[in-house]
Design a binder for this molecule. Structure first.
Ligand SMILES: [Zn+2]
Length: 223
């Protein structure tokens, strides 16, 4: 779940136009081998979010932050995540939404329960997912991280296609961003404040999928 506690105001960029591709749920059908267009992953569904801003000048992209999100909690595939990230969610549509009313948040990517990847913010821009946070002694992880939300219930399990898509997306990120040093969960960079993705996320699946590609990555100590 993204947190908005340190989201700065910023001039929203105009939407660049959705570039829909058929989301079959099968990552092998998503054009993974085509790389990037100006920070946007080819083959991913695009849903541009106004909730982003520039990164600090010269900031190296060092970290990938994993989250979980479902709106309302435990309900999947209803479009509410996309609505939240594009500031079009009806806050009165569900009692839970009252608890996040007015939040202006985003992440770079969401992987839904079928493994479909949607991108909301260019990797070169600063998405608003981490909030108050610290990784290896550096505050404000939004400045230097990529945020990936896994559709799911905090602490519960994730689906096989989500792991497959996450490994492939992560591999594309590592190719594009050789400055990436490691991965962490939101729970690891905001301990006590955040618990996602939680104990239901199997870190070994991601580590195993990436170790040949990038053997020196940093992982959460309990992973
Ligand atoms: Zn989170």
């Amino acid at each position: 779940m993204p947190s908005s506690s340190s989201s700065p105001s910023a001039q929203p960029h105009p939407a660049t136009g959705a570039d829909w591709q058929d989301g079959t749920g099968n990552a092998s059908h998503q054009g993974w081998h085509n790389g990037w267009d100006n920070g946007w992953l080819r083959g991913a569904h695009r849903c541009p979010s106004p909730n982003h801003g520039p990164r600090p000048q010269g900031a190296a992209l060092r970290l990938v932050v994993l989250h979980s999100i479902s709106l309302p909690p435990g309900e999947f595939g209803n479009g509410c995540i996309e609505q939240l990230f594009t500031n079009t969610l009806d806050w009165d549509a569900h009692p839970y939404f009252q608890t996040i009313r007015g939040a202006t948040v985003s992440s770079h990517f969401v992987i839904d329960r079928t493994g479909r990847v949607t991108q909301f913010v260019s990797i070169w821009d600063r998405a608003w997912h981490a909030g108050q946070s610290n990784w290896h002694g550096t505050d404000n992880c939004n400045d230097f991280s990529i945020g990936i939300e896994l559709e799911g219930l905090e602490g519960s399990h994730f689906e096989e296609p989500q792991y497959d898509a996450l490994v492939q997306l992560s591999a594309q990120l590592l190719k594009a961003l050789p400055s990436i040093e490691g991965f962490a969960g939101h729970e690891h960079i905001a301990p006590g404040r955040k618990q996602d993705p939680g104990a239901g996320f199997d870190w070994s699946r991601l580590i195993g999928g990436l170790e040949a590609l990038a053997p020196g990555l940093s992982w959460p100590s309990q992973a």
